[in-house]
Design a protein around this ligand. Structure first.
Ligand code: SAM
Length: 224
């Protein structure tokens, strides 16, 4: 029976793709990609020649019902994003929800995602954690920070390099300069780096060193 396969792809190191991911991509009738050029490079590397269509945050609202209908009609669809696990701070949630609603078989493979290695590498408690993805850029940002300041679980944030300094400054305002945290950059890539320190020390570190590459911030939870 046709299904939707949600397939994580490497976040930097191509060796991180799984054998099952390669097989399911090869067997799919259609691959839905966030950016067909980015996924095209990956498919070429693994010698996979399957039709691609784009599925991104600007068209997913309009296309999920049609895609679900095609799966019901017999097409096996694989969903990928540019990097990591689709639907995790990436398009995918709407399609998964629609397929579940329509009784379609959905499979999600375990595989690359940036927050798990960042969390483990932080050395901060990981028995309980909350994933916040990207903080809102404007509306709701201060409110979210206020709520997170008293969150007791370890907090995971995605961030872009050009916003890192500003975000660290705001985190210091809400969480205090001494709160322990870590910043992981370029995970699985050549210049991978994890820096563990207080928020104030991290800000100082990145004031002396231009933040570059993709970034995950991990923050110790609030302790009474
Ligand atoms: N779906 C992806 C996942 O499963 O992790 C996340 C996609 S989101 C659009 C991109 C963000 O993920 C980046 O801004 C960064 O915060 C984080 N990220 C992705 N790859 C990374 C890497 N190699 N090192 C550090 N952070 C990364």
């Amino acid at each position: 029976m046709a299904k939707l396969a949600v397939i994580p792809t490497p976040i930097g190191n191509l060796e991180d793709i799984t054998l099952r991911a390669i097989r399911l991509l090869r067997e799919a009738d259609l691959i839905l990609a966030e950016d067909t050029r980015t996924t095209g490079v990956l498919l070429k590397h693994f010698g996979i020649n399957v039709r691609m269509e784009s599925h991104h945050k600007f068209n997913e609202h309009q296309t999920v019902q049609k895609i679900a209908a095609r799966i019901i009609g017999g097409e096996s669809v694989a969903l990928v994003s540019d990097a990591g696990t689709p639907a995790i701070s990436d398009p995918g949630f709407l399609l998964v929800r629609e397929c579940i609603r329509m009784g379609i078989n959905v499979e999600c493979l375990p595989g690359p995602t940036a927050f798990i290695p960042a969390l483990v590498l932080s050395g901060l408690p990981n028995d309980r954690f909350c994933f916040e993805g990207f903080l809102p850029l404007k509306k709701g940002r201060q409110t979210r920070m206020k709520l997170l300041a008293v969150e007791e679980r370890t907090i995971i944030l995605y961030e872009s390099p050009h916003r890192l300094r500003k975000t660290l400054e705001q985190l210091i305002e809400h969480f205090g300069a001494d709160r322990q945290a870590s910043v992981s950059r370029e995970l699985t890539k050549l210049y991978e780096e994890t820096t563990r320190a207080s928020l104030a020390e991290l800000l100082q570190y990145f004031q002396n060193k231009e933040p570059k590459g993709e970034i995950v911030i991990i923050i110790n939870g609030y302790k009474l």
